[in-house]
Design a protein around this ligand. Structure first.
Ligand code: ARG
Length: 703
């Protein structure tokens, strides 16, 4: 018997399953046998009494879960942090436990109201006393952890629980003598598993399988080399024997019905303090502000979801709900994260949603110099499509060349600070690149309810249920917009795949170019090859475009074409020589519409105009994209995605594809400017021309 170890227990006089506050209780209301529970409890009591001291707290009528004394509070030395139960079903236990601690000479700390923490159920000392493992995710709030660190003067390592069957840390985690750890990895998120693996050597980790976990094997009481638990598999018993532990199994099935077992039924009230160990909180928190149609657009729920999904926690400090349909709301949300890294991940995603630090928290950006050509500092901020501003010397500076997946380089010029989006490969040694998430904000247009319902209409199309009439309506809008852009001297770019030619859209696209609706063409080798094949030989990849049937030997056509253009040296030269006299590429050359063709591994030839150096091709694309108002993406997933990545929010995109998946992928940029149309691209182009014609000669068509 070890005199120095003392447990607190509570006899099961009033124990029952009276309500459901965890998945184990479901279907078990009043299904446990009091007699059997009493018998099992006394057996456990007896086993522990043989090996340590056991104190008792008086059971109370009406508080059936009070037997689970692990949830009374968390003890270290003569200090206790009292539990604040999440569920009202257990909150009534608090005063009784508090009384017991006070009567026994403990200094009792109480958490602020509404900050749940469920004691030793969710906080377990490393058995060497080096730090405290603390759980969150179901019952205890992450924000309680800094209080534990402060009051108990110990380092707190926060672990996130993700499986609701293992709602308390002690249901899936049990530090053992000698630095061993018994735990069920499946109950934690990836980040927490990494934390565990960083702190506990592999040979000290006893990771169990689900079958043992659901028998509450981790809910064990450890006294030196003895481990008391409900049940262990043969395999687990062997593991313990190998590690030099003796297992005492004692059935606790009646308590399993309430979601507890050996450990839950006890609270170790003697936990020695290690004087050399001191507080260290890894938990960080900060307050972010959001503004806009937070409810209408679902922005606030997206923000709160992403905080939790990334392992953080939140508290909505205030929410000013805009009362009118058009008025915006604002909110301040306190975000907590178990570590600095997690905080940065969460904050960078919140910035994407338009959140900013509160005025009292906002500070300048942090920069680090590039030390290796083409390589950003580790912690660099990754850009998005949204207009971004960065705070340099107290001033907000707009980022130039906004695009996604870049880094932001900041330089001092005589005219002030300049911030620019740059691709990694373009970073020069010595350049100052923004790291972390401080001093960055994105400016998002507030999505109104009307805009959102339009979007829903388009995704309705995306779902593949678009009626022809609906396609017509969308095309009408697009035509109107293109007409507008042309009249105002704006810029429309087209990305096109060979399907445009195969589906008979070549003639329509040619006309769009000829009539000044297109200011640039982006594609690959294939669109040009098949367009020229059609112009010169009447086939597209060997299919007769008039009759729609394959031509004998037609598959050779495209190579003949490639050879011809190679002979002249370029598409433009073939036009000059009068060889190429119609089609999309011909119109580009004739009307001085620039094009960029990006090569790929499957290209035949290629055409002399095709840029096979992809880095150069990307540069050509982005040059052409500068200042674009609208992009028509016609049946090319590859080139359209490439273009999407280079384009800042605010540029309207129309994506047309027969495959709904492609449309969804491309129009789902989280920006309201993209429109998806699921239809045959040839048909789309023909409709578009009809609509444009209507706009030019309204009476003629009506007549
Ligand atoms: N029915 C109790 C609850 O849901 C069980 C508590 C188990 N205690 C524990 N430390 N895991 O709160």
């Amino acid at each position: 018997m070890t005199d120095s170890i003392r447990f607190l227990m509570c006899a099961p006089d009033h124990y029952d399953v009276d309500y459901v506050i965890n998945p184990w209780m479901e279907g078990n209301i009043h299904k446990s046998s009091r007699d059997r529970a009493v018998e099992q409890w006394y057996k456990l009591h007896h086993i522990l009494k043989d090996r340590s001291l056991v104190d008792l707290v008086e059971p109370q009528q009406g508080w059936p879960d009070m037997v689970f004394t692990a949830n009374a509070g968390l003890v270290l030395g003569k200090t206790v942090v009292l539990s604040r139960f999440l569920h009202k079903e257990r909150q009534g236990e608090e005063p009784y436990f508090k009384q017991w601690f006070e009567d026994h000479g403990y200094t009792v700390y109480e958490l602020p109201k509404d900050l749940p923490f469920e004691g030793a159920g969710d906080a377990l000392l490393d058995r060497e006393g080096r730090w405290l493992w603390a759980g969150y995710g179901f019952r205890s709030e992450l924000d309680s952890h800094p209080y534990l660190a402060k009051w108990l003067d110990i380092e707190v390592v926060s672990l996130r629980l993700t499986d609701e069957r293992f709602y308390h840390l002690d249901t899936c985690f049990c530090p053992l003598t000698g630095g061993y750890l018994l735990y069920y990895p499946g109950a934690f998120d990836a980040y927490s598993n990494r934390l565990i693996e960083m702190r506990v050597l592999p040979e000290k980790r006893i990771a169990i399988e689900e079958a043992d976990a659901v028998n509450f094997a981790c809910n064990a009481v450890n006294i030196d080399r003895v481990i008391v638990m409900n049940k262990a598999s043969d395999r687990l018993n062997q593991r313990f024997a190998d590690a030099g532990f003796e297992v005492v199994e004692t059935p606790l099935t009646e308590f399993l019905k309430a979601g507890g077992a050996a450990k839950c039924l006890t609270l170790r009230v003697t936990e020695p303090v290690r004087t050399e160990v001191h507080a260290n909180v890894l938990v960080e928190s900060r307050t972010m502000r959001m503004e806009g149609h937070l409810l209408d657009s679902g922005l606030i729920s997206r923000a709160l979801d992403l905080i939790v999904e990334n392992g953080g926690s939140f508290q909505v400090l205030n929410f000013n709900l805009g009362e009118q349909r058009q008025s915006t709301s604002s909110a301040e949300v306190k975000v907590s994260a178990p570590s600095h890294d997690v905080m940065e991940e969460i904050v960078s995603q919140l910035i994407d949603l338009g959140a900013v630090a509160t005025p009292q928290d906002v500070c300048d950006i942090n920069v680090e110099a590039v030390t290796q050509e083409g390589v950003a500092p580790d912690d660099f901020y990754v850009t998005t499509i949204y207009p971004t501003e960065v705070r340099v010397n107290g001033e907000w500076v707009k980022v130039e060349n906004q695009r996604m997946d870049g880094a932001i380089a900041v330089s001092d010029t005589p005219k002030g600070s300049v911030a620019q989006c740059k691709l990694l490969r373009d970073l020069k040694a010595g350049e100052q690149v923004i790291v972390g998430v401080e001093g960055i904000r994105t400016v998002r247009k507030t999505e109104s309810r009307t805009q959102r319902s339009n979007q829903q209409e388009f995704s309705f199309m995306g779902a593949g249920v678009s009626s022809e009439r609906r396609v017509e309506l969308i095309v009408e809008q697009i035509a109107w917009e293109m007409r507008q852009i042309r009249d105002q001297g704006g810029k429309v770019l087209v990305t096109a795949g060979p399907v445009v030619i195969h589906t008979g859209g070549g003639q329509h696209l040619s006309r769009l170019i000829r009539e000044g609706y297109v200011q640039g063409l982006l594609g690959g080798n294939a669109i040009a090859v098949h367009d020229i094949e059609q112009s010169l030989m009447g086939t597209s990849l060997g299919v007769d475009m008039q009759r729609g049937v394959p031509v004998r030997g037609g598959h050779r056509h495209h190579l003949k074409i490639i050879n011809t253009i190679r002979h002249y040296g370029s598409i433009a030269k073939a036009v000059e020589h009068g060889v190429l006299t119609k089609g999309v590429m011909y119109e580009c050359v004739k009307n001085n519409v620039p094009f960029a063709l990006a090569g790929s591994i499957r290209d035949d030839g290629p055409l002399p105009d095709t840029q096979m150096d992809l880095i150069k091709a990307q540069t050509e694309y982005s040059k052409l994209l500068e200042g674009t108002d609208l992009i028509l993406m016609l049946s090319t997933m590859l080139h359209s995605i490439g273009v999407g990545n280079m384009t800042p929010a605010g540029v309207k995109m129309v994506c047309v594809d027969i495959n709904p998946a492609v449309v969804t992928k491309l129009s789902d940029r989280g920006s309201i400017e993209s429109v998806g149309v699921v239809t045959d691209v040839g048909l789309f182009l023909s409709l578009l021309l009809q609509q444009l014609e209507k706009l030019t000669n309204p009476y003629q068509v009506l007549a």
